[in-house]
Design a binder for this molecule. Structure first.
Ligand SMILES: Cc1cc2nc3c(=O)[nH]c(=O)nc-3n(C[C@H](O)[C@H](O)[C@H](O)COP(=O)(O)OP(=O)(O)OC[C@H]3O[C@@H](n4cnc5c(N)ncnc54)[C@H](O)[C@@H]3O)c2cc1C
Length: 398
């Protein structure tokens, strides 16, 4: 167990992999290389408590600096990997140095998609890093109205956080409903109502047509004919795997997707086509049975569990059970949790009261549960997870 293990990327998947390696008894060298200047930290609070200023930035770090020294994990921050030489088992870094490995874990996560129309403007943000969150918090404190482009989870959480700070919000979504393609039109309508009830102007089925301003966005013209004056714009239109540094290595199996590099195609426990290279987290593309192809990740639990499983697989240990796809979001004091793959469903059953914001949606296919959405019912999660994992029927009143 003395192989040298190199982890590229210093986020959640990297952290969990490092912890698991040591816990499993690996006593060889482990190095974590992260492009950001910070030690590994947790991202969910960045669009929630850190964004609204309710948590201190220091609270997001997974571990104290001493922990890495005590566990003998070498942490290299502030420099990115720029090139992988698979046949020679070495990685080039931005600072000109090189690192050799016996086993490599790719955990470089993802980066926000951007809109070319906003490239020249200063008062436009994306939200991925701790520094992004702190800057956006400052921008929100000086703003009367913002426009959020995209009603995915990050866009929705930014809208909710901005409302909490008393900022007027217009949320513009090109699709006709909020996450309807994934969760169904009924749930999409519920999300739109939730935001509207908190004063967000939700514009669905429209896009930004024109940006007014010179280096500073003053107003946006929308395709519904309206114009919105704005102090700040937040673009939340999804993420793409941060795998550009792997172009040409043969690991990015599905080529370019929408102009951005694709994820590292993995099989079970993060294995790639190279026996010495593994991938985990948002940078890894796992097989999606709905779409019939590999898709990169974008959620916390998958990244955490994939990091741990890949670490065990690297050591030749049983990686344990693969996680059911899941995520959660916190908005306006409500916790929404989702498990499984709702687009597989041919039927939905609702238990509880959407009006009172206390309900469960079970998505079924041929009578079997394939996904579930829980609103304000965190206590029900373990049971729902067990039922999805065993494929059992749920005893719902509806
Ligand atoms: C604001 C925000 C809120 C979120 N909220 C939720 C939520 O409520 N629920 C949920 O399920 N999920 C949420 N997520 C998603 C979840 O945080 C991610 O899925 C998870 O962080 C992915 O972990 P990762 O380790 O794969 O990547 P990351 O956490 O992104 O870490 C990757 C790291 O690798 C570094 N890196 C990139 N390229 C290189 C390189 N070439 N060399 C070296 N280092 C590199 C990056 O700088 C980064 O630090 C949220 C994400 C964000 C951004």
């Amino acid at each position: 167990m003395s192989d040298s293990i190199l982890i590229i990327g210093g986020g959640l998947a990297a952290q969990r992999a490092g912890e698991t390696l040591r816990r499993a008894g690996h006593d060889g060298p482990v190095t974590i290389v992260c492009a950001e200047p910070h030690r590994p930290y947790d991202r969910p609070p960045l669009s929630k408590e850190v964004l609204t200023g309710h948590n201190e930035p220091e609270q997001v770090f997974f571990r104290a600096p001493d922990w890495y020294r005590d566990e003998d994990l070498e942490l290299v921050t502030g420099t990115a990997a720029t090139r992988l030489h698979r046949s020679e088992r070495r990685v080039e870094l931005e600072d000109g140095s090189e690192l050799a490995y016996d086993k490599l874990l790719i955990a470089t996560g993802s980066r926000p998609r951007t809109l070319p129309a906003f490239e020249r403007f200063e008062n436009v943000s994306v939200l991925r890093t701790l520094d992004d969150s702190l800057q956006l918090n400052e921008a929100l404190r000086g703003a009367s109205r913002i426009v959020v482009i995209g009603a995915g989870f990050i866009g929705q959480e930014v809208a909710a956080g901005a409302r909490k700070l008393g900022v007027e919000v217009t949320m513009v979504e090109a699709a006709p409903s909020i996450l309807g393609h994934m969760l169904g039109e009924q749930v999409g309508g519920w999300f739109a109502d939730l935001h509207r009830s908190h004063g967000v102007d939700v514009v669905l089925g429209h896009q930004v047509q024109d940006v007014v301003g010179n280096g500073h966005v003053q107003a946006l013209s929308l395709s519904d004919g309206s114009t919105v004056e704005v102090d700040h714009v937040v673009v939340g239109i999804g993420v793409a795997p941060d795998t550009e540094w792997l172009l040409g290595t043969g690991l990015i199996g599905i080529g370019l997707a929408g102009g951005a590099p694709a994820g590292v195609e993995v099989g079970d426990a993060g294995r790639t086509l190279d026996a010495n290279v593994f991938a985990a987290g948002d940078a890894a593309a796992t097989y999606d049975p709905v779409l019939g192809r590999h898709m990169p990740g974008s959620h916390w639990e998958a990244a955490a569990r994939q990091g741990a499983r890949a670490a065990r697989a690297m050591l030749g240990l049983d990686p344990g059970i693969a996680p059911v796809s899941s995520f959660w979001t916190d908005q306006y004091g409500l916790r929404v949790q989702y498990l499984g793959r709702a687009p597989l469903a041919d039927e939905t059953v609702i238990d509880g009261s959407p009006e009172e914001r206390d309900f469960t949606v079970i998505y079924r296919r041929a009578g079997r549960p394939v996904a579930a959405l829980l609103v304000n019912r965190p206590g029900a999660l373990p049971e729902v997870r067990r039922l999805l994992e065993t494929g059992s029927e749920l005893a719902l009143s509806a």
